[in-house]
Design a protein around this ligand. Structure first.
Ligand code: BGC
Length: 770
């Protein structure tokens, strides 16, 4: 391939032997970042060969498969590719399909610049893992990295070298449908997960042919859509933007993410896809991001309805000047950019810089030398090791929210001696829902549902599973209830699988104003619970739902999110106790929708409600003039970081290495405090515990949150076993954007918690002195 593509080019450029040396050198340094002197020289040389039309072509991307947004123009992609006027396609998959289009670029276009094929590979390609909110519930970056690596191996074998993942938007409002696509509400957990995805997709080097270029999206503030309504405006102070919303993007960029996607939404009244502050000042200049920015679907054209451009050319001009390098789907760069440059409205140097960024990524992916999927590539799809990992990740993503004692013992794990189990509800056998939103190329036929896994299990032990769907997800008819009631009456235990439709109630353009169980599922649940049998509620949702009745009346509740193709085996194994529950919530679970946005780390109010979590109207002054609702508690139903296990972990008092430390040593990073505690498994089973570190600071120039997650560790402990956990608390953990918008550590009183969640756990103090 080299002779025909890169080789021709090199001969034209007369670099001769030098070029071969550079190529050799470049392969030696393939694991390094995007910017390398050899690549820069090469990109510059190519740029000099390009006409303005060819340059603009590199900045144009269209969807050539199933549309993932509002339908747009119909074009002959073949013709554009042959003319060198298309840089990338999304939504085309398959070695044959991508190779055929690539062949046009490599054989018919003048400069033979390869196409880059992109797809939303969000939580797996064929082997579908839990949705990202579930992945975050594992609190296990290694697992997430491994899952993303597998996604990259499978997708690249089908011609894809670029995924529009990870979505690193912080989501503090459960009404927002896309909360399912990210790591939840916390910037620290978001940073850790962002890095894990990028490392997994991009592997040890982008030039490996099973690597995908990652894309951190959607810059910025998309998850802060007001009212949780998708595409709505976000108004975020610069401090909150930098402190809460940007850190996961920074983490992705620092981990080497090759691309970033600009968001749709207005951010502080400036559309995110025409926002020079986020796209240029911060991303490029402050963070030194060398990759390229792609707009979200049609976002360049949407600058017109957003009111900052009255015509397509102005929209294109604003987007490229702000820092959007590639235009996804709107066609406005294709139609306007050449003329904008010719008329002097956009300097050609701006276009050159955008093209340079795109070429850099294509080069890093080794597409010039290896543009095709080799025919001999063995398809790694759904390999047994992949499926096994899918099961493991699914197991660790399940969060046990409640497990009440019945007859002196917790209801779960289910005893293998039980003769008859009733399995009810619309999710018990819904394979497609298990795939979640953005199911890649996942196929419902590869899903093992809860019904088939439990059936198999009960057959093995000689027990009986009585299955009845009971009701539809969004149904109003009670006709199916009766069959379920009979099944429940005949059983020793009921497992009821309820939730939201993955495809239509979660993900993009699926915001909800109500956070309850859709249709008549609540009524169904109450009907079944009224029978009086022990009930295990398994929730399949893309967001935390507000289910206070269930939390008060159902003995055991498991939040399963959408666990992927191994949903059934993962659930069966945890419900029966073959494996322990280890997942913890990456989001706060509300009591009612009126609490949203609900998150554990807001700034502290001057009139806190104190320790009393009030749910009744104020009785007297002391209860009135405080930050509270008159008709709802402030606290979540289940807090961020929470999750039960079949064993119990005890936390010792915290040791702090010194009671005070000087602020200067913190800011010059020459010192840190060690905080430690001992965690003991004092239950009867082996278990894995996510040990969480929270910090709170007082006496600072700005109001910092009461608590902020700053670290976590996963421990695996046998019954009776103890382990000391130590965290370093230094500049990284304590610095913040102060009143002058400087990022530093200030003198403060610091409280530190080493805790099982964001509410419980022992605390200790230390002082940062002047
Ligand atoms: C979504 C992006 C996605 C893109 C391409 C858009 O509608 O907002 O997250 O990557 O489509 O499918």
């Amino acid at each position: 391939m080299r002779q025909k593509t890169c080789g021709e080019f090199w001969m034209r450029k007369t670099f001769g032997v030098l070029s071969l040396v550079l190529l050799f050198v470049s392969s030696l340094f393939a694991a390094e970042g995007l910017e390398r002197p050899d690549v820069e020289r090469w990109v510059d040389a190519l740029l000099k060969q390009m006409t303005l039309e060819e340059k603009v072509g590199q900045l144009v991307q269209y969807s050539a498969g199933n549309a993932t947004g509002p339908a747009s123009e119909h074009l002959s992609f073949q013709e554009l590719i042959a003319k060198g006027q298309l840089g990338s396609l999304l939504n085309v998959t398959g070695a044959t399909e991508t190779n055929a289009l690539q062949r046009i670029a490599m054989e018919q276009s003048r400069l033979k610049i390869p196409l880059l094929f992109g797809l939303d590979v969000i939580h797996g390609y064929k082997t579908i893992f839990p949705v990202p909110l579930g992945m975050a519930s594992t609190w296990d970056p290694q697992l997430v990295e491994q899952a993303s690596r597998i996604a990259a191996q499978e997708a690249s074998a089908d011609g894809i070298r670029w995924t529009f993942s990870p979505m690193v938007d912080i989501a503090r409002d459960a009404r927002w449908g896309r909360i399912v696509e990210g790591a939840g509400e916390d910037p620290y957990l978001g940073q850790i997960m962002a890095a894990a995805y990028v490392h997994g997709y991009q592997g040890s080097s982008l030039s490996n042919h099973d690597s995908l270029a990652a894309c951190a999206k959607h810059l910025a503030g998309y998850g802060a859509a007001e009212g949780g309504r998708d595409y709505n405006a976000a108004d975020i102070s610069e401090r909150t933007l930098r402190q809460i919303y940007l850190p996961p993007f920074r983490s992705a960029v620092d981990s080497g993410a090759a691309t970033v996607m600009s968001a749709f939404n207005p951010l502080n009244s400036v559309p995110a896809s025409a926002n020079p502050m986020t796209l240029s000042e911060i991303l490029r200049h402050e963070w030194g991001f060398p990759g390229f920015v792609v707009s979200d679907w049609n976002a360049v054209a949407e600058l017109i309805p957003q009111g900052v451009a009255n015509d397509p050319a102005t929209a294109a001009q604003k987007a490229i000047l702000a820092g959007v390098d590639m235009d996804m789907e709107s066609g406005l760069y294709r139609r306007s950019l050449v003329e904008l440059v010719r008329s002097g409205s956009v300097p050609e140097s701006v276009v050159d810089e955008a093209v340079r960024r795109v070429l850099r990524v294509k080069f890093a992916l080794d597409l010039f030398d290896h543009p095709y999927v080799p025919a001999a590539t063995p398809a790694p799809m759904l390999d047994a090791t992949h499926v096994e990992l899918a099961r493991k990740v699914a197991e660790q993503s399940l969060v046990l929210l409640r497990n009440e004692e019945l007859h002196g013992a917790p209801l779960l794990p289910i005893s293998s001696n039980l003769r008859t189990i009733a399995l009810l509800g619309p999710f018990a056998d819904s394979a497609s829902d298990m795939l979640g939103s953005w199911p890649g190329k996942g196929d419902a036929a590869t899903v093992v549902t809860l019904k088939s896994a439990l059936m198999q299990r009960m057959q093995k032990t000689g027990g009986q599973l009585l299955y009845a769907k009971g009701t539809d997800i969004d149904g109003t008819s009670d006709r199916g209830f009766q069959e379920s009631v009979i099944a429940a009456q005949q059983s020793d235990l009921v497992v009821i699988a309820l939730g939201e439709s993955a495809a239509s109630m979660t993900g993009e353009a699926a915001s909800r104003a109500y956070l309850d169980l859709p249709g008549n599922q609540q009524k169904f649940l109450e009907t079944i619970v009224a029978i009086g049998k022990p009930v295990v509620l398994v929730l399949f949702t893309g967001r935390p739902l507000a289910l206070p009745w269930a939390a008060a009346h159902v003995s055991a509740i498991v939040e399963a999110w959408y666990p992927g193709i191994q949903a059934g085996p993962a659930l069966a194994r945890t419900l029966f106790g073959d494996v322990n529950f280890t997942g913890k919530l990456p989001v706060s679970v509300p009591r009612s929708v009126g609490q949203e946005p609900l998150y554990y780390n807001p700034p502290k109010p001057g009139r806190p409600a104190g320790n009393t979590d009030l749910s009744h109207p104020p009785r007297g002054e002391a209860e009135k003039y405080v930050s509270r609702y008159i008709d709802e508690q402030n606290s979540p139903l289940f807090p961020f970081g929470y999750g039960l296990s079949y064993t119990h972990f005890a936390y010792s008092a915290i040791k702090v290495s010194t009671a005070s430390i000087n602020v200067r040593t913190m800011n010059d990073k020459s010192d840190a405090i060690a905080v430690s505690a001992t965690v003991t498994n004092n239950g009867a089973r082996t278990g894995q515990e996510v040990v969480e570190l929270y910090l709170g600071q007082r006496g600072t120039s700005v109001n910092l949150p009461m608590k902020e997650l700053k670290g976590f560790k996963l421990l695996s402990l046998a019954p009776g076993q103890s382990q000391r956990v130590e965290f370093k608390v230094g500049y990284e953990e304590l610095a913040f954007w102060n009143i002058e918008m400087r990022y530093l550590v200030e003198p403060a009183q610091v409280t530190v918690w080493i805790a099982p969640d964001s509410v419980e756990g022992p605390s200790a103090q230390f002082t940062i002195t002047k």
